[in-house]
Design a protein around this ligand. Structure first.
Ligand code: TXA
Ligand code: MG
Length: 360
C-alpha cells in the first residue's frame, strides 16, 4: 500500500455565516434581463455562485480586487492559489493576456467555448490578487449557455474558482454550492446540473512546450491532435515531492475530500469484491462501475460506465458528496482504466484518496 499524509487544510478563519443566500433558477432560454440582479451584484463588488458545464464557480469581477478577496474568504481558499478568469467569447482574451501564440489560438478555435483553460502571460489589466502574484493568467470560455450569458450581462471578465469550500469535492449542482456556502454569499444562480462533472483541462502555454497541469474532459489525445507534443506535469498523477515547486499552486492542496476515508483499489473485479467483503463493517461503502454492485456486501454507489469516461466524470463529485450525506466513514473505490481518457477521473480520485492506493 502506498500511503502519504494528506495536506490538512483545517485552520481557516472562515467568515461568520451572516448573509441570506438567495437561489434563483435561470435556464438557457431565459433572456438577459433575468441576469440583471446577479450582474448588479457582480458590478457592485459581490460574489455569485454560477453554473458552468464543468462544475459550479464562485464568480466575481476579475478587475475588482475587493471582490477577489471576497472569493478567497468565502471559500476559505489559500491566497497563493490563483483563479481562472472566464470570458464569453474568444476576442475578450486580448484584455487579459499580453500575447496569444498561434498554437493557443488554434486550441481555442477547436475547444472554446468548452471545458479547457489556457494559461498565458498576463496583461497589466489583470490584478495580481487574481493570479496569486504569478505573471501568467488562466483563461477559459465556458460553453454553458447560462454562464456565457451571465458573463455577457456583467460586461467584465469573471474570476471564478470552483464554488466549494476549499478542500471539498467540487459542486456539480446548485444545492452543493448552497450546502457549502449558505450564509457566506448573497446569490446562487441555479442553472441545473453540470454535465461534464469535473473541472476544465488546464494547459500551460506561457512558454516552452505546452504542458498539461490538470486533466479534464478535453483529453490529452485531443490536445495532442492540435498541438503535437504536450508534456504532462508529474503532479497530475503523483503527490508533490518534498520541496518540489508546484507548476500549479492548486496541486499543493488537499482536494475533493469527503469526510469518509477514501481508498483507491487497483486490481480485478473479483479481487476487489473479495477485498471489500472481507473489510466490510459499519460505515464502509464502495464506489463501483455500472453492473458491479451485486457481489458486494456493503452499500454501493455506481459512478458510471467503465467504458465511458464521460459517464464516470459526470457522477464522480456528486457521489463523493453523497458519501458524506449518508455518513459513511470509509469508501473503497474501483480504479478506472489508466488510459489517457481516464486521466481526469484518476487525478481527482487520487487526490480524494490523498494518494492512498491499494493493489489487490
Ligand atoms: O472548470 C473549471 O475550471 C472550474 C469552473 C468554475 O470554471 N474552475 C476551477 O477553478 O476549477 P479552481 O480555482 O477550482 O481551479 C483552478 C486551478 C487551480 O489548481 C489553480 O492553481 C490553477 O487552476 N491555476 C489558475 N491560474 C493559474 C496560473 N496562472 N498558473 C498555474 N496554475 C493556475
Ligand atoms: Mg477547485
Amino acid at each position: 500500500m502506498h500511503l502519504l499524509p494528506p495536506t490538512r487544510q483545517k485552520n481557516y478563519s472562515l467568515p461568520v455565516n451572516k448573509l441570506k443566500t438567495e437561489v434563483i433558477k435561470i435556464n438557457e432560454n431565459d433572456g438577459l434581463e433575468k441576469y440583471e440582479k446577479a450582474a448588479k451584484l457582480i458590478l457592485g463588488g459581490e460574489v455569485v455562485g454560477m453554473p458552468t458545464e464543468t462544475v459550479y464557480g464562485l464568480a466575481g469581477n476579475a478587475y475588482d480586487e475587493k471582490a477577489i478577496l471576497k472569493i478567497f474568504e468565502a471559500k476559505g481558499r489559500p491566497q497563493d492559489n490563483p483563479l481562472i478568469v472566464h470570458i464569453s467569447e474568444f476576442k475578450e482574451i486580448y484584455d487579459l493576456v499580453s500575447e496569444v501564440p498561434e498554437n493557443a489560438k488554434k486550441l481555442a478555435e477547436k475547444f472554446w467555448p468548452g471545458p479547457l483553460t489556457i494559461i498565458l502571460p498576463k496583461s497589466e489589466k489583470v490584478p495580481y490578487c487574481v493570479t496569486a502574484g504569478l505573471s501568467t493568467v488562466a483563461v477559459r470560455c465556458p460553453s454553458h449557455k447560462v454562464a456565457n450569458n451571465f458573463i455577457k450581462a456583467c460586461g467584465v471578465p469573471i474570476a471564478a474558482p470552483s464554488a466549494n469550500l476549499s478542500g471539498k469535492p467540487s459542486p456539480t449542482k446548485a444545492q452543493h454550492v448552497y450546502d457549502d456556502l449558505n450564509g457566506r454569499i448573497p446569490l446562487i444562480i441555479d442553472g441545473g446540473e453540470s454535465l461534464e462533472g469535473v473541472e476544465s483541462t488546464v494547459i500551460f502555454m506561457a512558454e516552452g512546450t505546452p504542458k498539461l497541469l490538470r486533466p479534464g474532459n478535453v483529453t490529452l489525445g485531443q490536445l495532442k491532435s492540435v498541438l503535437g507534443e504536450v508534456l504532462v506535469d508529474k503532479a497530475v498523477l503523483n503527490p508533490l515531492e518534498k520541496n518540489q515547486k508546484a507548476s500549479s499552486p492548486g496541486m499543493k492542496y488537499k482536494h475533493y475530500s469527503p469526510n469518509a476515508d477514501v481508498t483507491l483499489v487497483k486490481g480485478s473485479y473479483e479481487n476487489f469484491c473479495e477485498f471489500v467483503n472481507s473489510h466490510n463493517k459499519a460505515g464502509v461503502s464502495a464506489m463501483v462501475f455500472k453492473g458491479e454492485g451485486e457481489n458486494l456486501s456493503c452499500p454501493c454507489f455506481v459512478y458510471g460506465d467503465r467504458n465511458d469516461y464521460r459517464s464516470i466524470s459526470n457522477r464522480l463529485f456528486d457521489t463523493l458528496r453523497e458519501l458524506d450525506n449518508e455518513k459513511f466513514t470509509c469508501c473503497y473505490v474501483r480504479c478506472p482504466d489508466e488510459t489517457d481518457d481516464d486521466l481526469a477521473v484518476m487525478n481527482r480520485l487520487l487526490r480524494a484518496a490523498a494518494f492512498k492506493v491499494t493493489e489487490v
